[in-house]
Design a protein around this ligand. Structure first.
Ligand SMILES: Nc1ncnc2c1ncn2[C@@H]1O[C@H](COP(=O)(O)OP(=O)(O)OP(=O)(O)O)[C@@H](O)[C@H]1O
Ligand SMILES: [Mg+2]
Length: 233
């Protein structure tokens, strides 16, 4: 067996699913798969950060630690407390929050996160992968930014495989001719083995499966966001 094939075998034989306890688990065939990258994309306020927090709490419940990289200017500890409920103390202890304020900082954190994680970690969240990329974007720089974003994804994928952990990235959308397109769509699509689009239908949200290795595209579930997090309707 070649080293690559062996690596692949090791990864697959240890695959597990990270559960948040909400309906999006069902959409993903039981939860977010370890050893790979899962992407949630959708418009502002649709619930991407809520979902990331639900999965972070799920990882802690499963006895694992979490790296949560925020690019949106501040975690709301109050929101973490609401979603974590009685797990709050454990969550604060087991989740390492990092804040990136520029794309450079995001690059630095992602490239160096391996120094803080070990096999006790079950999840890395990058929320969002493109918030700072968007701020930095200009025509001259786009190629270089895409290369760096790609390198960040490669690093996250490597860590997912090596430590058999789940990686969740979020992505925003922009509108083009009536359709919503993910930002840096090609780069992030290439690296994400599971992709879920989140849509706003007034108060109700819909999560639609856009890519999965064993489930059909187009499956969907609906939910609302409440104080304690996401609830199926
Ligand atoms: N305590 C709460 N009770 C009910 N809904 C809440 C509560 N806290 C937050 N929300 C809802 O969560 C939604 C915001 O979700 P979230 O922050 O996950 O969006 P997002 O997709 O991450 O957006 P962005 O792209 O701006 O980061 C808002 O509609 C807000 O009303
Ligand atoms: Mg958010």
């Amino acid at each position: 067996m070649s080293e690559d094939a062996l690596e692949e075998y090791r990864t697959r034989s240890h695959t597990w699913r990270l559960e948040s306890g909400c309906v999006v688990d069902t959409l993903l065939g039981g939860g977010v798969e370890s050893g790979t990258i899962t992407q949630f994309y959708g418009p502002a306020g649709v619930g991407k950060t809520n979902l990331c927090l639900m999965y972070a709490v799920g990882a802690v419940r499963a006895g694992r630690r979490v790296v949560f990289i925020d690019t949106e200017g501040g975690h709301s500890l109050e929101r973490v407390r609401q979603i974590a409920g009685e797990e709050y103390a454990r969550v604060v202890e087991s989740v390492q929050f990092y804040e990136a304020r520029t794309f450079e900082e995001q690059d630095f954190i992602v490239q160096n996160v391996e120094h803080v994680i070990d096999d006790g970690f079950g999840l890395i969240v990058l929320d969002s992968a493109v918030n700072l990329y968007r701020l930095d974007r200009s025509d001259e720089k786009i190629g270089e930014l895409n290369r760096r974003l790609s390198r960040q994804m490669a690093k996250l994928m490597e860590l997912a495989r090596r430590h058999c952990l789940a990686v969740i990235i979020t992505n925003q959308v922009y509108s083009s001719e009536q359709r919503v397109e993910p930002v840096a769509g090609d780069v992030l699509r290439y690296w994400s083995k599971a992709i879920v689009e989140l849509r706003k239908l007034n108060r109700v949200r819909e999560a639609v499966l856009k890519r999965h290795r064993s489930l059909p595209e187009g499956l969907s579930v609906r939910f609302v966001i409440e104080e304690r997090g996401i609830r199926e309707i």
